[in-house]
Every structure is written in C-alpha cells, then in structure tokens.
Write a protein that binds this ligand. Structure first.
Ligand code: C2E
Ligand code: CA
Ligand code: CA
Ligand code: CA
Length: 279
C-alpha cells in the first residue's frame, strides 16, 4: 500500500495535466473555429404526429472541424459554458438562424418558427436582451418566428430573475419553451408564474416506452402527468426523442400530438430540411 501511494499520485497529476491540456486545446480550437466559420446549424422538425405535418423546427449546433470532422454539441457546449465562449457561440447561432429564416423567406417558402437553445450561462448573462435585440434588428427578422428553449433547471435556478427575463422576451414577441421538462423537480407554484408557451417532455421519459409502454408504468405515468399539467396550465406540450411508432401511438393516445425525434427525422442540414417543406 505504501508503494502505491506516490505512484497513483503521479498518475493522478499526469491525468489532470493531460485533461487541462486537452481543454486548453479544445478552447483554442473553438475560438479559431468561430473565427473561421466552422459552426453550423442542423434542423430537426417538430411534427404534428396526427398527420405528419412539420409545425416548426429546432436548430441544433454542429462544429465542422477540418481534422476532427463533425463534432457534436455534447463535446463542446459544456466547455463553452465554462469559459464564457458560449456567449459568442450563442450570438453565432442566432445570426445563422436569422440568415436562414431570411433566406427561406426570400425563396418564398412557408415560414415555420425556429426554436433555438439558450444555455444556462447565456440565459443569465446580464446583457442577453440587448445582445438578442441587436442581432434581431441587424437582420430584420420577425421575433415571432423565433422560440427560445431554456432548460427547466436553468429556468428554476433563480426564479424571480427568470420571470423578469422571460417576460421581456415574450413582450419582444419571442416564444419560450421549457426544455428537458420533468428532470428538475420544479415547484408547480413557480411553473404557473412563468410566461412560457410550451413544455418539452424530456426524452429520458420517452425512451423506455420504445417497445412496450405497458412495461414501464412509471415513465408512462410521468408522461401522462406532464401532458395533464401542460393542459391545465394552458401550455403546449412537445415530446422529445420519439423513435418508434409505439412511442408515437402512446403519446397520441394520451393527448400529446406534437413530437420530435428520429422516427420523423434526425437533425439535418438546411438543404435537406428544405425538401420537407412542401405541405
Ligand atoms: P437538447 O436541446 O435536449 O436537444 C435534443 C438532443 O436530442 C439533440 O442532440 C438531438 O439531436 C437529440 N435527438 C433528437 N431526436 C432524438 C431521438 O429520437 N433519439 C435520441 N436519442 N436523440 C434525439 P444534440 O444535437 O447532440 O444536442 C445535444 C444538446 O446540446 C442539446 O440538447 C442542447 O442542450 C445542446 N445544444 C445543441 N445545440 C445547441 C445550441 O445551438 N446552443 C446551446 N446553448 N446548446 C445547444
Ligand atoms: Ca432543446
Ligand atoms: Ca431537450
Ligand atoms: Ca437534453
């Protein structure tokens, strides 16, 4: 045991050094990637599951790195949050979303609302509203075409501030939805005070219903409770992570007609989502 001490200590610090080095590399690469326009948006449809109509879309960021290929947000959003780079990244996302909406508008396509994710740090940034308005004015896009998704945990972390920010965003014309709903144990008392339009049922609850919903009574009960709650509060509800027809049928049967997931489409590039626009 005595001999192990220093050795494991040594391994431990080397691992930490390596991790630190990796993080610094990633951060630098992200800054460079931002300068060089390597970040792009993919789009995933939100469907009316009753008739397979696309109602709106969610924009999801990807990083097209010259050596690493397509990097998914789970790999870089957490570090962007920590380092503050998320503010620049968030601006880039909103700018690209505006440009895309304008391009769809000028090509005469039907304009569907676009949902954009706001990370917790972005959401609580002091000049969030100025930053957003600056971009909206620069690109002259109708605010009613944009919805912001904020996670339940971010929304609940300081409720008075959240209500204030959301009220202002709502007054500007934006729509708001609560992402990953059901994972943060919100107080219902707070929920009813939030000026939001929809709740997105977290995919973890939808996941286990993939084949046999009856085999997962707890998840089924939570989903039915969220659908009921949304109905009682006058909110729309969107199910995430719909991959199978069994999940779709369960959701339809229990009063949730709007869904998003691989059953309908993975998030895809703009050119591909355009082929789905035809009504
Ligand atoms: P999220 O906002 O909860 O997004 C849903 C994630 O589930 C996306 O992963 C999406 O591709 C994936 N997904 C969609 N349908 C299905 C399905 O049927 N099955 C399964 N298993 N997964 C499905 P993605 O694109 O990797 O994004 C992961 C997370 O990264 C997002 O979770 C969001 O928190 C964050 N993120 C993505 N884009 C942005 C962005 O532009 N800004 C910020 N701040 N965060 C973003
Ligand atoms: Ca989302
Ligand atoms: Ca989500
Ligand atoms: Ca999530």
């Amino acid at each position: 045991a005595k001999a192990q001490g220093p050795r494991s200590y040594h391994f431990y610090t080397r691992d930490l050094d390596e991790q630190l080095h990796e993080r610094m590399q990633l951060e630098q690469a992200m800054r460079r990637g931002l300068e060089r326009g390597q970040f792009l948006l993919h789009y995933q449809p939100r469907m009316d599951m009753r008739d397979n109509r696309m109602l709106s879309m969610e924009a999801l960021i990807r990083w097209q790195h010259p050596d690493w290929g397509m990097v998914m947000p789970g790999r870089f959003i957490p570090l962007a949050e920590e380092t503050g780079l998320i503010i620049e990244l968030g601006s880039e996302v909103l700018r690209q979303a505006c440009l895309q909406l304008k391009s769809w508008q000028s090509s005469g396509r039907p304009l569907l609302p676009l949902a954009i994710n706001l990370s917790p740090r972005e959401f609580h940034q002091t000049d969030l509203l100025e930053r957003i308005m600056g971009i909206m004015e620069e690109y002259e896009v109708d605010t009613r075409l944009i919805e912001f998704e904020i996670t339940e945990s971010a929304a609940m972390s300081s409720v008075e501030q959240t209500i204030d920010i959301l009220s202002q965003l709502t007054r500007m014309g934006f729509r708001i939805s609560i992402d990953d709903f059901g994972t943060a144990y919100s107080s219902l008392n707070y929920l009813k005070r939030l000026p939001v339009q929809s709740l997105k049922i977290d995919q973890s609850f939808v996941k286990d219903l993939a084949n046999d919903p009856a085999a997962h009574p707890e998840d089924a009960a939570i989903i039915r409770a969220i659908i009921g709650l949304a109905g009682n509060l006058g909110l729309e509800v969107i199910a995430e992570g719909v991959e199978t027809t069994a999940q779709r049928d369960f959701l339809l049967k229990h009063g949730c007609p709007v869904g998003q997931g691989y059953l309908f489409s993975r998030p895809v590039a703009a050119a591909e989502i355009e082929t789905r626009f035809t009504a």
